[in-house]
Design a protein around this ligand. Structure first.
Ligand SMILES: [Zn+2]
Ligand SMILES: [Zn+2]
Length: 212
C-alpha cells in the first residue's frame, strides 16, 4: 500500500510530501524546497529509502533543495513540465526575490507532460499538466490513495497566485475545472501550503471556483 506524510519546509511552510510503499519502504519526495537535514532525519526515522524527487513546479519554496538533495543521495529529478524551465534557471535569482538564500538550478532527469505516469515500487501515479500559477506546473494523482498532490494550483478556500511572470488566471481556473475536478469529489488534495481538503468541498465552498 502507498502512504504519505507531509513535512512543511522553508519559511513559507511549503508542504513537502513524501510518498512511500509501506512494504518495501521505497519513497519519493515531492517538492523538497529546503530544510533538507530535518527532512532527511524524518525520512530516516520512518525507515524510508528515498529513490526519486518529483516536482510540481519550480518556485524556490518547492524546488530550492532539489539540486543539493539529488547530489547528496544520487536521486533522479522527475518534473516539472518543460514550460517551467525559466523558473528553474532563475532559482538563484528567486532567492533574492523571495528573501531566501540562493538556490541552485538543475536539469531534470525527466520532464513531465500531461498524461504521463510516475512509478514507485510498482504503484502508479498519474501526471496532469495544470498551468496558470506557473506555465509548467504539474500535479500527481494517486487513484489508489484517492489523493492528489497539487502544489500551488488549489488551496483549501483559495487558488494559486497568477501575478508572477507567465501566470494566467483563466488558465489556472481551466486547469482546476478540467484537470482536477475529474479526479472526483471524494479525492483529497494536498496543497503546497495550508491544510488538506477535498475537491468536492472546494467545489461547494471555495469562492474562487464555487459551482464550477
Ligand atoms: Zn508556487
Ligand atoms: Zn508555494
Amino acid at each position: 500500500m502507498l502512504g504519505y506524510f507531509t513535512f512543511p519546509v522553508t519559511p513559507f511552510r511549503q508542504n513537502c510530501s513524501v510518498v512511500y510503499d509501506d512494504t518495501s519502504r521505497k519513497a519519493a519526495v515531492i517538492d523538497p524546497g529546503g530544510d533538507l537535514d530535518a527532512l532527511l532525519a524524518e525520512v530516516d526515522r520512518r525507515g524510508l529509502q528515498l529513490e526519486q524527487i518529483w516536482l510540481t513546479h519550480a518556485h524556490i519554496d518547492h524546488a530550492g533543495g532539489t539540486a543539493e538533495l539529488a547530489r547528496r543521495l544520487s536521486l533522479p529529478i522527475v518534473g516539472p513540465h518543460p514550460e517551467d524551465q525559466f523558473w528553474i534557471e532563475g532559482l538563484p535569482q528567486q532567492g533574492a526575490m523571495f528573501g531566501f538564500p540562493p538556490a541552485e538550478a538543475f536539469t531534470p532527469t525527466r520532464w513531465l507532460h500531461d498524461g504521463d505516469t510516475v512509478e514507485l515500487a510498482g504503484h502508479t501515479l498519474q501526471v496532469r499538466h495544470c498551468p496558470g500559477h506557473t506555465p509548467g506546473h504539474v500535479v500527481f494523482h494517486s487513484p489508489e490513495m484517492q489523493r492528489a498532490f497539487v502544489g500551488d494550483v488549489l488551496f483549501a478556500g483559495s487558488i494559486g497566485r497568477t501575478d508572477f511572470p507567465r501566470g494566467d488566471h483563466a488558465t489556472l481556473i481551466a486547469s482546476i475545472t478540467q484537470r482536477l475536478w475529474p479526479m472526483g469529489d471524494e479525492t483529497v488534495f494536498i496543497p503546497g501550503h495550508g491544510p488538506e481538503s477535498s475537491f468536492g468541498r472546494e467545489r461547494r465552498t471555495n469562492p474562487y471556483v464555487r459551482g464550477t
